[in-house]
Write a protein that binds this ligand. Structure first.
Ligand code: PGA
Length: 257
């Protein structure tokens, strides 16, 4: 079974440090040779992205490394000051983009309709899309978590372009209150939501958990049903914890499944 470790460096790692980090990770992979069924997706800042893309083009490792933008614009070109064109993300050699991350929804006012437009544009451009969904604490406490996540998914999956390109879709379930807080939800809660998501998207679309994942708890999420990986923020910005996470994912692939 394929496994994914997505490293979302947010705005934590400077461009120079991102390039150095990338080189360290590649050197580690060449030495360690983690199981090739693990795909590592690095999502550096938009400024670091082209620098790393240029380096990745000259790199060969047994473990698959993919490169993702953290966000993308909804149109390939035009008068959209400040947006990043999905066409350009593809042209610089990146493979994927996150869309609808809860920080985009929270700080940049992104709603389901914009998330859908971005997803369609990114798929059109030939990118893989990591579609992020997740409820707030209030929504969970009031028993609406399932309804919220189902609605977020249906808003995007209703589009014909998305339906046709499910092979380039990955879902990341990230309850908002678990992101960056050091307090993840329980593996049982994650599995419960992943089961709902699998019902909506089908068994072939990989489903990842995100929200305060660290090397010490990664295995408990990676061994949940309907779980193909983890999306990691804080713990992915340090060499020791990112490599530990990749190791855990590789071990789960080899021995547990
Ligand atoms: P965290 O972030 O691992 O720091 O909680 C996850 C994310 O935002 O994708």
């Amino acid at each position: 079974m394929k496994r994914f470790v997505i490293a979302n460096w947010k705005n934590y790692v400077t461009p120079a440090a991102s390039v150095k980090f990338f080189d360290q990770i590649v050197a580690w992979m060449k030495k360690e040779k983690p199981d090739p069924s693990v795909t590592v997706i690095l999502a550096p800042s938009p400024v670091a992205l082209p620098l790393i893309a240029a380096r990745l083009a000259r790199t060969h490792t047994r473990t698959r490394i993919m490169l993702a933008a953290q966000d993308v614009g909804f149109a390939p070109e035009g008068a959209f000051t400040g947006a990043t064109s999905p066409r350009d993300i593809k042209l610089i050699g990146a493979h994927a983009t996150l869309i609808g991350h809860s920080e985009r929804r929270q700080w940049f006012g992104e709603d389901d309709s914009l998330v859908r437009k971005k997803t369609v544009a990114a798929l059109h451009a030939g990118l893989f899309v990591v579609l992020c969904v997740g409820e707030t604490k209030d929504e969970r406490q009031s028993g609406r978590a399932h309804d919220v996540v189902r609605a977020q998914l249906r808003a995007v999956l209703g589009d014909a372009v998305v339906k046709k390109n499910l092979s380039r879709l990955i879902i990341a379930y990230e309850p908002r209150f678990a992101i960056g807080t050091g307090i993840p939800i329980t593996p049982d809660e994650a599995q419960d939501m992943h089961t709902l998501i699998a019902r909506e998207v089908g068994e072939r679309v990989p489903i990842l958990y995100g929200g305060s994942v660290v090397p010490g708890n990664a295995k408990s999420f990676l061994t949940c049903a309907h779980t193909a990986g983890v999306l990691v923020g804080g713990a992915s910005t340090k060499f020791s914890s990112l490599t530990a996470l990749i190791r855990v994912a590789a071990t789960v692939t080899t021995h547990t499944i």
